[in-house]
Each structure stands twice: as C-alpha cells, then as structure tokens.
Design a protein around this ligand. Structure first.
Ligand code: GLU
Length: 313
C-alpha cells in the first residue's frame, strides 16, 4: 500500500484541528451499554484513492461499531442478489421522518421509504436471508465474507453489541412485525432481525471502511482486486444517489449543502463518504449531534472538501 503524498498532509491537518475539540460537544449513543461506554475523545480519518493509495490519521486503525454504515454494504449485496426486483419492496425517497418511524410505515402499507431507514434495512436483510437460503448459505456469513473481501482482511461481529441490540431493539421488532403483517417480509421475523442486528454490530476501523467502500468510487470494481465487479456501474451510481439523498438521517439536505458528497453514517460515530472516480473516505468520532451524525466526523468532512475542493457539485 502506497501512502498518498497529496492527501496525507490534509488528513494530518484535519486530525490536528480536531484534537482540541475531542469530548467537548455532542453525545455518545447510549441506547446500549457497549456503545454508551465508548470514550468520546477519539477521532480517526482514512481514505483510499481509486489508484490504491491510502492516507490515515488519528485513531484510523481503532475498530468501532459501524452500525448503520452497514446498510450500505447489505444494500450492495441485495442489489447483487436480486437486482431491480429489490425496488418492489423498498422505495427510494428520503423519509423526512426519524430513521425508525412506525407511522410512515403504516401509511405506506409496509413499504419502507428507502433502504437506509431501519425498516428499509430490515427489508433488505429479508432479501438476503431468502437469497442465502436458496443457495444453501447464511446471510450473516455472506455479509462477513463480503466485508473481509472488500477490506482485504478478516472482519468480525461484536457479539455483545448484537446481543444488546436484540435485547433492546423493541422498535425494530415492531417495524419487522409490521412489515410481516403487510406481507412484505418473506422470512421468519426472528431470523431477519438476527441478521440486521449482526450487521449493525460489525466492528471495523476507518482504514478498513475506506477500503471496503472503494468500489463506490470505481464504478463498482472491487477495491483491491480491480478485476472483479462488486456492482455494475449503474448500480454504483444508484447507491451513491441514495447515500446523498438518504444516507445521513434527517440531515441529508444539510450534508449535501455543506459537504456535497454521498455519505452514510451510523450511531457508532462512523461516516463513509464517496468522491466518485477519485476516492473513498471514512471518519469516526463517537460523539453525535442532534441529528445522530458524528459531530466531529461532519466537521472533518467539511474541512476536507474545503481544503481539497472535492465535491460532486
Ligand atoms: N442498531 C441501530 C438500530 O437499529 C442502528 C442505528 C443507526 O446506526 O442508525 O436502532
């Protein structure tokens, strides 16, 4: 792996600018103990260019709970598995409602607005369970295999996080049962939720995530083995479009305005961002703002686009 001489100083500068701000504002997700006890005074940033150069600074190699960033990768697997049929069950509109809203799901007869709200990701997990079963495998094993292949090294689930998600995920259980009642889930609710809770519990570092998302800046080509296709070019464009419009909870409009890059965030404080045809970037800092996005992560992305002028607009 070669270090990017262009970007390494930029990431060093951003990590240094974040140091005095660590632990000063925002709140760490507290809905499960394993996330509540994460030290807020951490910040990592890493990127990988389309040519395979890398740069990293701060806590870029510290693994964290990627939470909803996983929705990006399970969507990718489902697009590989079922293609356009996926959109019979899931929409492509920003929700304008909390990521775990039940009201909207009822109004829309169990069809989630998009694959990045919880109901949408649970519907994606249902597709993965069906597809894996038809081929004699398990959806969880496929998710792990994809992540390890994309990151170029083994990746694991944090079983404590997965267990806590299952013990406290009452609203996710409600969303899944709701969809089941509308005939919109094919599989056993418990199995679908087990898959969803485990994907949320994937532990990865910024460096691994920046690598893993690499196909999104390379028209779908595998980030390490450039010969293999992860998605088609068209699917990659669509995933990037969904990230831009729906990837950062109710802040997607603001993020498009102030950062201008497709992003997917999670309540563990991680964010993946894509500069199409150039690079993928990952930031992590556990303290969240009121919209559920990493406070310093968003600040760092703003700094990155200001320093480099890279944006899709
Ligand atoms: N495991 C969380 C949930 O389903 C994911 C939250 C998130 O990162 O958006 O509630």
């Amino acid at each position: 792996m070669a270090t990017s001489t262009r970007f390494q100083p930029v990431l060093d500068e951003i990590a240094a600018a974040m140091q005095p701000l660590l632990g000063q504002a925002g709140t760490v997700a507290s809905y499960i103990p394993a996330l509540a006890r994460v030290d807020a005074r951490q910040f990592g940033i890493a990127l990988r260019t389309c040519d395979g150069e890398e740069a990293a600074a701060g806590d870029a190699d510290t693994p964290f709970s990627i939470q909803s960033v996983s929705k990006l990768f399970t969507l990718t697997l489902a697009m590989q598995a079922v293609g356009d049929a996926l959109w019979e069950r899931i929409g492509r509109e920003p929700s304008g409602n909390p990521f775990n809203s039940l009201v909207q799901l009822e109004n829309e007869q169990g069809k989630p607005r998009n694959p990045f709200i919880n109901a949408g990701a649970i519907a994606v997990a249902d597709r993965l369970v069906s597809h894996a079963r038809a081929e004699g495998g398990s959806a969880k094993a496929r998710i792990l295999a994809l992540m390890a292949s994309l990151a170029g090294e083994p990746v694991g689930f944090d079983e404590e996080v997965a267990r806590s998600e299952a013990e406290t995920g009452f609203r996710n259980v409600a969303l899944a049962n709701f969809m089941k009642s509308f005939g919109k889930l094919d599989n056993d609710v418990a199995e679908v939720l087990d898959t969803y809770f485990h994907q949320c519990a994937l532990r990865m570092s910024c460096r691994q995530l920046a690598r893993a998302a690499g196909y999104l800046c390379r028209d779908g080509a595998h980030p390490i083995d450039g010969e293999a296709a992860i998605t088609s070019e068209r699917q990659t464009r669509r995933i990037n479009a969904l990230m831009l419009t729906c990837g950062t909870y109710d802040a997607a409009g603001d993020v498009a305005f102030s950062i201008g890059l497709p992003c997917k965030s999670g309540v563990g404080g991680g964010i993946v961002a894509v500069v199409p045809d150039r690079l993928t970037l990952s930031v992590w800092s556990p303290a969240l703002d009121a919209t559920g996005n990493s406070l310093l992560g968003m600040k760092a992305l703003e700094m990155f686009v200001a320093r480099t002028g890279l944006s899709v607009f």
